[in-house]
Design a protein around this ligand. Structure first.
Ligand code: PEP
Ligand code: MG
Length: 540
């Protein structure tokens, strides 16, 4: 038995022979041609067939991967007609007197590389779409869109370097048991489609996923990301049993989709999702989130080499708000610092950054930076139901100053006649012991609370959340934390404001009953646990 480890992106157990995808359209030859205009005609004819095919796919895929996901094929169609895509192809055919297949492959690879080199994660992910579109056109040009799998009768585990979104969406589900790849990204469309269709998938095996395994029997676990080649009997029995249990549980949870979240005695707890970008909002909807309880906006600032401007931020907030279609979206303002370091912020070198210049402290020190973000949020607020949440608050005066800057941002927009909702609720995270202890005072100034149990735990217990070495001392249900949560919730109730939890403890099934009992109004969690919590609450 050989065991290899990848990154599980779609859960489930699958067992069967492994087959490597061999695409005929990957092998593109360069041929000299004499009549470029005739070759261009061939290209347009193939492109038009591909465009028609994409129109049909956009419709057909709605039932398979959902309306939201099926939109991707409309984007692919638009790409085919975009001059940025078409012109370089024509230039290569005319300039180099080469066949259309080669021109599409070359121009497509260059454009895909340009996307891959971009800073923005969303744009980066478009690289695979360009590749996907080109592959489709090349398939039509060469009159051979197929792979070698059509004639296979028995189900199999499909392997490749990577899969395009089209390949994933069009998989023959009666035959493909699971997907495994050497490359890939957890938030790629391929991973999202696999999750939506319930096909187990593991990516990022690198070279460990060897062609030598071809035809061998494998069993894999999409949760842990482990693939066993020629597994031993004990391993197989254990995983098959796990798979059977998970299947039964999944069917049970599906019954809670679209249902309100309510305890037996009628108490309503809103189940929201934590997200970091626009793609996550799609996952939140796919898992039936009732809103977004924590949009970690600092992710817009990470992985870049300069500040995102107001327009860039506005676009992201707008997209999330629109996607959530009127459901509440709590946007947490910038929480940079501590473990989230960004070079261009030029933060001071600190002995103890978790207790240093971070989050609201940076925002209050750099009002222009903060107001840029606030203006972007206010502008986006007319596109849905936005709420703003300030992180790392420790005093009433910090909250008052933050609200003051929010007012200034609103006034700047009003002076220019820019539409915005000036009633956007302004709430705070309760994630420092100080905030929990003075939550009675903060409740007079805040429109809502959301308890950040990750930081609340680290600061209350004086235990660095990053430090694995002290995990033996960590009691995540420590009475001190439970009392602070209860006290915060009671103070919120007295003031008549909402109190949620957006730290990891919110997803802890051992505490769900307690949270419902003390009157927590909202739990914001990783999207994939929403149905599980809804089922649990319905039994309380
Ligand atoms: C928290 O501290 O609990 C929280 C939700 O914020 P983050 O994990 O982003 O620090
Ligand atoms: Mg925090």
């Amino acid at each position: 038995m050989i065991t290899i480890q990848g990154k599980g992106v779609s859960s489930g157990i699958a067992m069967g022979p492994i087959v490597f995808l061999s695409r005929k359209s990957d092998k593109v030859e360069r041929r000299a041609i004499e009549d470029p205009e005739k070759e261009i005609e061939r290209f347009f004819a193939a492109r038009d067939v591909a465009a028609k095919e994409l129109d049909a796919l956009a419709l057909e895929m709605v039932s398979k991967i959902g309306q939201e996901n099926a939109l991707l094929f409309e984007i692919h169609r638009m790409m085919l007609e975009d001059t940025d895509y078409v012109d370089p192809i024509l230039e290569i055919i005319r300039g180099e007197l080469v066949n259309a297949e080669y021109a599409v492959n070359t121009a497509g690879s260059r454009l895909a590389q340009d996307f891959a080199d971009m800073d923005d994660d969303y744009m980066k992910a478009r690289s695979v779409d360009v590749y996907d579109v080109s592959k489709r056109v090349i398939g039509h040009l060469s009159g051979d869109e197929g792979d070698d799998l059509k004639d296979r009768k028995e189900p199999y585990v499909l392997a490749a370097d990577d899969f395009t979104p089209s390949e994933t969406a069009q998989l023959d589900r009666s035959k493909v048991l699971a997907l495994v790849s050497r490359l890939g990204a957890a938030n790629s469309h391929t991973a999202i489609f696999a999750r939506t269709m319930g096909i187990p998938a593991i990516i990022s095996f690198g070279a460990f996923l060897s062609e030598d395994f071809s035809g061998k029997n494998v069993i894999l676990d999409g949760d842990t990301g482990v693939l066993y080649v020629e597994p031993e009997k004990a391993e197989t029995e254990k995983l098959l049993e796990k798979g059977e249990k998970a299947k039964v549980e999944k069917e049970r949870l599906e019954k809670f989709r679209g249902k309100p979240t309510r305890t037996k005695d009628g108490r309503v707890v809103k189940l929201y999702a934590n997200i970091g970008n626009v793609e996550d909002a799609k996952a939140a909807l796919a898992w039936d989130a009732e809103g977004i309880g924590l949009f970690r906006s600092e992710f817009l600032y990470l992985g870049r080499d300069n500040y995102p401007d107001e327009e860039t931020q506005f676009e992201s907030y707008k997209k999330v708000l629109e996607k959530m279609g009127g459901r509440e979206v709590i946007i947490r303002t910038l929480d940079i610092g501590a473990d989230k370091r960004v070079d261009y912020f030029r933060l001071p070198e600190e002995e103890n950054p978790a207790m240093g210049m971070r989050a609201i402290r940076i925002c209050l020190t750099r009002p222009d930076l903060f107001k840029t973000q606030l203006r972007a949020i206010y502008r986006a607020s007319v596109h849905g139901k936005a709420l703003v949440m300030f992180p790392m608050i420790t005093s009433v005066s910090e909250l008052v100053s933050a609200k003051e800057l929010a007012r200034a941002a609103r006034e700047e927009l009003a002076a220019k006649g820019v539409p915005h909702d000036d009633k956007v609720p302004l709430g705070i995270m309760i994630e420092t012991p100080a905030a929990a202890i003075i939550s009675d005072l903060l409740a007079k100034e805040a429109d809502f609370f959301s308890i950040g149990t990750n930081d609340l735990t680290q600061y209350t217990l004086a235990m660095d959340r990053q430090n694995d070495g002290i995990s033996n001392f960590l009691d995540i249900h420590h009475e001190a934390i439970m009392r602070l949560i209860k006290m915060t919730c009671e103070n919120a109730k007295k003031a008549g404001i909402m109190c949620g939890i957006c730290g990891s403890l919110g997803a802890d099934p051992a505490l769900t009953k307690t949270f419902a009992e003390i009157g927590i109004d909202e739990l914001s969690v990783e999207p994939s646990v929403i149905l599980k919590l809804r089922a649990l609450l319905s039994e309380i």
